[in-house]
Design a protein around this ligand. Structure first.
Ligand code: GTP
Length: 254
């Protein structure tokens, strides 16, 4: 069984800030957003978490093993470094979808994303240490088969981008609707999904669905562990095994 702990990260009152006192230069917003993501990736990553940028003003972190004090420290550090603050909401659940649902509801209950008096909220309870197991987190690392030969070296960059993004859109929707999983594009031709305990057939069906819908062929390595970093690393090794023996689904511990 999985026991996912996710943290919703939301920039406080960001919409109004981007236009106050007048619209801020887009390049400055892009720079702020990407630096904030980089810092959060490092701050959570140093504690074995994974952060996904989703919409940049909102980000989702897999935070199994990261306690409330560490969240508070990260929140304070961001507040000291940036002209904006972030709210953090920790949600847990048997599936990633229920965890993000809880995290989102807690933050919504604390006030609007665009309320000037809702700042640096820290809500939710991490999984208690005694309830944690070595199998709480499942990370599935998807990769497009031969993206370089089929797309990067043949098509112009924008048409390559369309193909990759379409496979992402199909996969994220399919896994969300059929298996309560959350999928994130992480660059290149890679998609990382936070999943419950799915079997090889279910991963194979997802890959087949994407292939039939948009004609992009995927493979996937799956890892399980007590935290995102270890599960993610096991998934990467499993993906190498896919490359080596040609299977489309490999589990890290098999
Ligand atoms: N975020 C992330 N990106 C990766 C990773 N591995 C590769 N990439 C990206 O994916 C691109 C394509 O690399 P590969 O997936 O190794 O190449 P490929 O042509 O698809 O070949 P095969 O995957 O072996 O079929 C690279 O340029 C990187 O941008 C990874 O582990 N994480």
């Amino acid at each position: 069984m999985t026991n996912t702990q996710l943290t919703l990260i939301q920039i406080d009152n960001y919409g109004p800030w981007t236009v106050t006192p007048e619209p801020r230069r887009e390049v400055d917003l892009q720079t702020l957003q990407s630096r904030l993501y980089a810092d959060l990736s490092q701050l959570f990553g140093n504690r074995d978490g994974y952060v996904f940028f989703s919409r940049f003003d909102n980000m989702v972190a897999v935070t199994n093993g990261i306690d409330t004090d560490a969240h508070a420290l990260i929140q304070e550090s961001i507040g000291n470094r940036y002209p904006v603050t972030v709210s953090l909401s920790i949600g847990t659940g048997e599936t990633p979808a229920t965890a993000i649902e809880t995290a989102s509801e807690q933050l919504q209950a604390a006030g609007s994303a665009q309320a000037s008096d809702r700042q640096e909220i820290l809500r939710g309870e991490p999984i208690v240490e005694s309830d944690r197991t070595d199998e709480d987190v499942r990370i599935a690392h998807f990769d497009v088969n031969d993206a370089t030969g089929k797309y990067t070296d043949r098509l112009n960059e924008f048409d390559t981008f369309i193909n990759i993004e379409q496979s992402y859109a199909e996969l994220m929707r399919y896994l969300r609707e059929t298996h309560d999983s959350l999928s994130f594009f992480v660059g290149g031709d890679n998609i990382i999904s936070v999943c419950p305990d799915l079997d090889a057939e279910q991963y194979h069906d997802a890959i087949e669905h994407v292939s039939e819908a948009v004609g992009v062929e995927l493979k996937v390595g799956v890892g399980r562990a007590a935290n995102a970093q270890s599960a993610g690393m096991a998934a990467k090794h499993a993906l190498e095994t896919c490359r080596y023996d040609g299977r489309d689904v490999v589990f890290g511990d098999q």
